[in-house]
Design a protein around this ligand. Sequence first.
Ligand code: AHN
Ligand code: ZN
Length: 330
Amino acid sequence: MYKNIFFLSLMIISALFFTHCKSEPKVIPPPPVKNVVVPKFEKDSAYQYIARQVAFGPRVPNTAAHQAAKNYLSKTFKSFGATVIEQDFIATAYTGTKLKSTNIIASYNPGHARRVVLAAHWDSRHVADYDPDKNRQNEPILGADDGGSGVGVLMEIARTIQKNPINLGVDIVLFDAEDYGESQGEDITTWCLGSQYWSRNPHVSGYGADFGILLDMVGSKGARFTKEEVSRAFAPQVMDKVWKLSQNMGYGNYFVDDHTRQLVDDHLFVNKIAGIPMIDIINRPADTETGFGHYWHTHADDMSVIDKQTLRAVGQTLLAVIYQKSAGRF
Ligand code: AHN
Ligand code: ZN
């Protein structure tokens, strides 16, 4: 009886001893990695930067509003501590009109070898070709979302970088004359005149970047950012990393895994001509005929379509990419 208890205890003790030994494997713990601190994206500030652009009126090349918006953007990025280059060029539109155009490049750490490029177009469309009112289809649009939103988010990113210095080169490139393309035309090169020019004539010779992110129509309520075909073809890893990061931050309602067909947008020319892998974050609703927002290329593209929650989803994701990349972790 006592013998049995003795042996039973011995068995339990030895069992505990051996499991204890087993649970102490001789692995060297990984070195502690500091968590990356990502600053907060101020969505109200981004919203105001969109409102400021829209207040100039339609930002169509060869107009006073376009010139005023150019000065405002240039001046504001300088006030955020960026090195600003105004890249003037004359583009020829599909109509034959010569467009006085300017790509605006705002750089942080211009001497740094590791770089990323963040882009958007700052012009707005010269016609409202999809407006339901036929009488107003020849009038230019405000482009709060189509142009304004991407620029507004990038302005807020610039302001944030100035307050939270980074160990990374960042070039914010605002393309001009993206939206002067021929409605339903065959020739894709009538679109994206600024990005075509910049890709052939980068602001510094021999320019390169590890990757690029284009923002186009990133501000409307309930936006759906799908995995677009050109981005998937040229920069699949960048796209997957950005989408996963955003989903892990809780923005999976915006950044969905659905695939959509290829688009003619600035990233196409940056990928093909400049050879920089660039993705496009662009709203692709599932339920409209055009595949873009209901307000797309209409006079409804004003401040009423802009939603601060969407701006935050995009801006906070971009800040996470930038500060992780700065820490060597993207
Ligand atoms: C075309 O419809 C050819 N491209 C879509 C790119 C675009 C236009 N983004 C804003 N406006
Ligand atoms: Zn457009």
